[in-house]
Design a protein around this ligand. Structure first.
Ligand SMILES: [Zn+2]
Length: 760
């Protein structure tokens, strides 16, 4: 047997400013749980770390919007989210691995933990003293109150128009629409998010910056070490950052809610450690806190147990670090966090941009793989906590078996491209695959076996067990077992589950061909031929019991509740999660028996019923005053004047009156010019039937030449509020179709009609 590995599984820290939704689950929280269960079954020693990210502006923004204290928000959502993850079956508890403390465990901590604060402050000081920070004066937006006082506005308190894609509600640091990051000062039409009418101005403020540039070369070398294992999206994003050249990054900010700077002096009042700087350190502090709390008395290394998962040992196998997160978080885990770790490893020496700072013996280990996911979409649109376009996990788990969503999100996991959640697909996959293939197979085996039961307490199939005729099936299952293992090692969860389902499929086919139900009772004219056929048929049924056992072990990472239930139904004892992965191919295990016909593992879903419930919940959430987004389908209160009604499939229905408010008209493009200040924009003159005509800025430059556009009949939105785009007034919007694959076509008119005609 190989030496067990120390595997640290790090899960992106969810902001405690709202409940988790299914997009988070598919992107961040389900994959690491599947992986942890797989690694444990392999016999490895796994430590699982994460927790609530409780500082920073996402929290203060939510608190301000709800008129409560930040502490109230984080207390509430830490509890709700941790419970929801446990209800989903994620292995955050028990904190100590059931096999023993030396096998590791799990801790879902909080960044408000004083021990976390202490470690972060220690690290801050160590990096500061080692010269890895520099002080710079920043220009920061400042909101001026009527009484003359005011406050600095962190990035999330600023909104404006994205300098890249012109999206109007772009945040101060990153655009939700196109993903570009920038400085808040690059936004056009900036305003305070909380008080859009308040005066704002740019003021000077001093901050510390982490010298990311010192780690450029080391990070390039380090990423090459792992390059072949990384997913395409991870490589692309990392390369992008490294190619741009790393610049110092602010580690302090003007905000009260956060970890105080461990520095003397009035000039640091009202400032705290930037949330990115402390939250990524949570992977490290959480391991240390787990050690302090659980390992001190019981682990052979006591308080230093965490080092087994974090430090490169003098000899033997290095720990393996896996980080699970959504694609928007990749550079933090392949560039910024490894740079910080290398910084912490080298506080005793003078580092320069030429140094190779990759960890040596006794150093903190760097990430081995970052299997970041793409997005799970909701009926075609992006899940959004802030826009409340979501299916909330707590509400979901009140109504459905957790394994149904674990199955669906696994088989539909956004591994290499965005995937979509919608109710009809959910119901179809659960009913036809999880129940139709898996549930039915194991249930069939058990009910047929029960009909042979003679009440001896023995499994009635035992006497028909005959592995000598099962060669083909054993070969196929052995091959699938090895495929599942490889897929899981490569973080291809969808593929792994598909192969496991193929085993159930194989079992179904085997039973279908063997027709054991014809051999349960001896007919009056039974002859030798019948008895020979019976031996073979019931041997297959007996092997069906063994396949069910194999399935319980191999599907345990994906659907742990049902796998355990199946294990119990098979008359086996103990926890299936503690059975070794290779034991799935053990064909000699004694065949257990409970003497009862088990209940089916799953309840069939009724789409019609679900859609009706969704409609009711959607109505409640639009009419109720409740601010509690853990309940309701897509939660949250709608603004009354929007008159939106949420449809079950995630479609947002628009009331007809609202649609009529949009004035669409026909026009002819008379002139197209390059926008003087924007690379992607044209300034388009349109004959709209009025004498003066109108001007519209359109982002069509990548798709149309000027010649192709001039003379075209088009449809435009005539009553949009005119606004300046990079200095040019735009009076409307041209309609164009976009297939999402860089193919954009203007909407044109079918035949002749006078310019300025109303479009309905
Ligand atoms: Zn943008």
């Amino acid at each position: 047997m190989e030496e067990p590995e120390y595997v640290l599984i790090c899960v992106a820290w969810p902001y405690a400013n709202g409940p988790l939704h299914l997009g988070h689950v598919a992107g961040c929280y389900l994959p690491p749980d599947i992986h942890l269960r797989f690694e444990r079954a392999l016999g490895n020693r796994v430590l699982l770390v994460s927790g609530s990210d409780e500082h920073g502006t996402p929290i203060t923004v939510t608190a301000e919007q709800q008129g409560v204290k930040p502490q109230d928000i984080v207390d509430k959502y830490h509890k709700i989210n941790k419970q929801a993850l446990l209800n989903l079956g994620c292995a955050w508890e028990p904190n100590i691995d059931p096999r023993g403390i030396e096998y590791g465990g799990a801790l879902f901590n909080r960044t408000s933990d004083p021990r976390h604060k202490r470690y972060v402050q220690e690290n801050f000081l160590a990096l500061h003293k080692a010269g890895m920070f520099e002080k710079k004066t920043m220009h920061q937006y400042y909101e001026i109150r009527k009484d003359g006082g005011g406050r600095f506005l962190p990035d999330r308190y600023i909104e404006g128009t994205c300098p890249n894609c012109e999206y109007e509600s772009a945040r101060g640091d990153q655009c939700d629409e196109c993903g570009t990051t920038y400085e808040a000062s690059e936004l056009s039409s900036p305003h305070s998010k909380m008080n859009p009418n308040a005066d704002i101005e740019i003021r000077d403020t001093d901050h510390f910056f982490f010298r990311l540039d010192l780690f450029q070369k080391s990070l390039e070398l380090h990423s090459k070490d792992n390059w072949d294992d990384w997913k395409t999206n991870v490589k692309a994003m990392t390369k992008n950052w490294l190619d741009m050249g790393l610049r110092p990054r602010a580690v302090t900010r003007d905000l009260e809610w956060g970890i105080k700077l461990p520095l003397e002096g009035d000039e640091w009042d009202g400032k705290c450690v930037y949330v990115w700087f402390e939250a990524v350190q949570g992977y490290y502090t959480c391991a240390r806190i787990w050690s302090e709390e659980f390992a001190e008395q019981t682990h052979p290394d006591g308080n230093a147990a965490w080092e087994k998962w974090w430090k490169n040992p003098e000899s033997g196998v290095q720990p393996r670090h896996l980080y699970f997160l959504g694609k928007d978080n990749i550079p933090f885990h392949t560039v910024i966090w490894p740079a910080l770790i290398m910084g912490l490893n080298n506080t005793d020496k003078k580092v320069s941009a030429d140094s190779d700072l990759r960890p040596g013996i006794g150093d903190l280990h760097l990430e081995d793989n970052v299997p970041a996911m793409e997005y799970l979409m909701l009926a075609g649109g992006q899940f959004s906590k802030s826009r409340k376009h979501a299916v909330w996990l707590p509400a979901f788990l009140e109504r459905f078996q957790p394994d149904t969503i674990r199955y669906y999100l696994s088989i539909n996991m956004p591994e290499n491209h965005d995937t979509d959640f919608n109710w009809p697909d959910f119901v179809e996959k659960v009913n036809n695959e999880l129940i139709g293939t898996y549930g039915n197979f194991v249930h069939r085996v058990m009910t047929l076996a029960a009909r042979l039961d003679e009440g001896t307490g023995e499994n009635p199939l035992t006497k028909y067990n005959d592995l000598s005729i099962m060669g083909t099936e054993i070969d196929k299952i052995t091959e699938l077992h090895s495929k599942i293992t490889t897929s899981l090692q490569k973080h291809r969860y969808k593929e792994a589950l598909r192969s496991a389902m193929n085993i159930a499929q194989l079992g179904n086919q085997m039973l279908q061909e063997a027709t054991p139900w014809k051999f349960l009772k001896e007919p009056g004219d039974a002859d030798d031929e019948w008895y020979t056929a019976r031996e073979i048929s019931l041997a297959k049924l007996a092997f069906g019991w063994r396949i069910s056992r194999t399935l319980a072990i191999l599907t345990q990472p994906f659907i742990p509740f049902s796998a355990q239930q199946l294990w119990n139904n098979l008359g086996l004892t103990g926890e299936v999660s503690q059975v070794s992965w290779s034991d799935a191919l053990n064909w000699d295990d004694a065949m257990g028996w409970t003497g009862e016909i088990p209940e089916p593992l799953f309840t069939k879903l009724d789409l019609q019923e679900i859609l009706e419930q969704e409609n009711q919940l959607a109505e409640q959430s639009t009419t109720s005053e409740s601010q509690d987004p853990t309940h309701g389908v897509k939660g949250g209160k709608k603004k009354e004047n929007e008159k939106m009604v949420e449809a079950p499939e995630g479609i947002t229905y628009l009331e007809f009156d609202t649609f009529l408010k949009v004035e669409l008209r026909t026009g002819r493009i008379t002139k197209v010019e390059d926008h003087p200040n924007a690379d992607k924009l044209y300034v388009v003159s349109i004959d709209d039937g009025t004498t003066e005509g109108r001007t519209v800025c359109a982002g069509l430059k990548p798709y149309y030449s000027i010649g192709e556009m001039e003379g075209k009949s088009v449809v435009f939105v005539a009553n949009l509020q005119p606004r300046k785009l990079r200095g040019v007034m735009s009076e409307g919007m041209l309609l164009a179709a976009d297939d999402g694959n860089d193919n954009v076509k203007l909407i044109s008119i079918d035949g002749e009609i006078s310019v300025g005609s109303l479009v309905r």
